[in-house]
Design a protein around this ligand. Structure first.
Ligand code: SF4
Length: 320
């Protein structure tokens, strides 16, 4: 049983984006990107948030970090509800809550050298105890880069090296929690493994906790203690990582597991998931997955799925 206290608790989070039409930009509907998501991450643990592109994973991340404005819910970080804080009170907590983005090319300023990139936050928070150069060299060492990288610019590095620079920037402020939004999906498989190992090492060294977002279950399988599977703005299954992968219960999770080769698990068949993910502005009634589910029943089209809790497993499906 997990005994560590929660570092992040998300409760019934809803983040909608208005759809505006006409010369008066009248709101005619909402894209319900996140529509009632809840999860808890204990200190020192890693939650993998998985789902297809467009399921709302990144909006969850942006809502936590303050880049998207939730409509309702609670985001409790170190005991404080971030949605109730004004910018002044949010800033000290924001230091402890960092994010690594999918694309280091666009998230690193091409006009700043590595020294400025990795020490920018330290300067902003008044945490430069020695010369910025000393801090930068130490940070680069932490992420496996040579000290002569400090005066170079992002375009002079490979994709993996750029992601190491992003990680150095993220750990510069000594955070407690890092959101990793598809941090390896733009990288070659061999480089992916190196970055995953680096993130694991940093977690062990500093007791960090992560929300690790990916569309790739095989990547999440390597790093996550627990896995939450998201579909069209809601979580459909949640539980200990290996259990979810070895014994997926929700038909959507089963399709994801079948589609992705996972070491140690025989790949039984090709992707059985048919069709496109429906629009989050007009999600299907009943179970949101019913338009693509191979197990669909009549009840699934009209009634919200039942919530089964079995030990640490949570599944939302009429099959159970
Ligand atoms: Fe499939 Fe019905 Fe379960 Fe939804 S509730 S996943 S449609 S069986």
């Amino acid at each position: 049983m997990e005994v560590s206290k929660p570092i992040l608790e998300v409760r019934e989070l809803k983040t909608y984006f208005p759809i505006r039409r006409g010369v008066m930009a009248k709101t005619v509907g909402y894209v319900k990107a996140v529509d009632g998501v809840s999860f808890t991450i204990p200190e020192g643990k890693i939650l993998g948030l998985v789902g297809e592109s467009g399921c709302g994973k990144t909006t969850v991340a942006r809502s936590i970090i303050g880049l998207a404005k939730p409509r309702s819910g609670e985001i409790r970080f170190l005991g404080e509800n971030l949605l109730e804080l004004n910018p002044r009170n949010f800033k000290p907590l924001r230091r402890k809550l960092q994010m690594i983005f999918q694309d280091p090319v666009s998230s690193l300023n091409p006009r700043m050298n590595v020294l400025d990139i990795v020490t920018e936050g330290l300067v902003e928070y008044g945490m430069v105890w020695e010369s910025p150069l000393v801090h930068a060299v130490q940070l680069l060492k932490e992420v496996g880069l040579e000290k002569d990288a400090v005066y170079r610019y992002p375009h002079e590095f490979s994709g993996g090296q750029r992601q190491r620079i992003s990680i150095a920037r993220a750990i510069s402020l000594k955070p407690d929690f890092i959101i990793c939004d598809e941090p390896v999906s733009a990288l070659d498989v061999s480089v992916q493994a190196q970055i995953i190992n680096l993130l694991m090492d940093l977690r062990d060294r500093y007791g960090l906790s992560y929300l690790f977002i990916s569309h790739d279950l095989s990547v999440v399988n390597h790093i996550a203690d627990r896995i939450a599977v998201m579909y069209l703005g809601v979580i459909v299954e949640h539980g200990p990582g290996r259990e979810v992968i070895l014994n997926p219960m929700h038909p959507y999770t089963q399709a994801l597991v079948r589609a992705i080769p996972i070491p140690g698990i025989e790949k039984k068949e090709k992707n059985s998931l048919k069709g496109e993910i429906p629009s989050p502005s007009n999600p299907p009634s009943g179970c949101r997955f019913h338009t693509r589910c191979p197990e669909v029943m009549t009840v699934c089209r009209t009634e919200n799925p039942r919530h089964l809790i079995s030990g640490e497993r949570h599944v939302w499906c009429h099959l159970y």
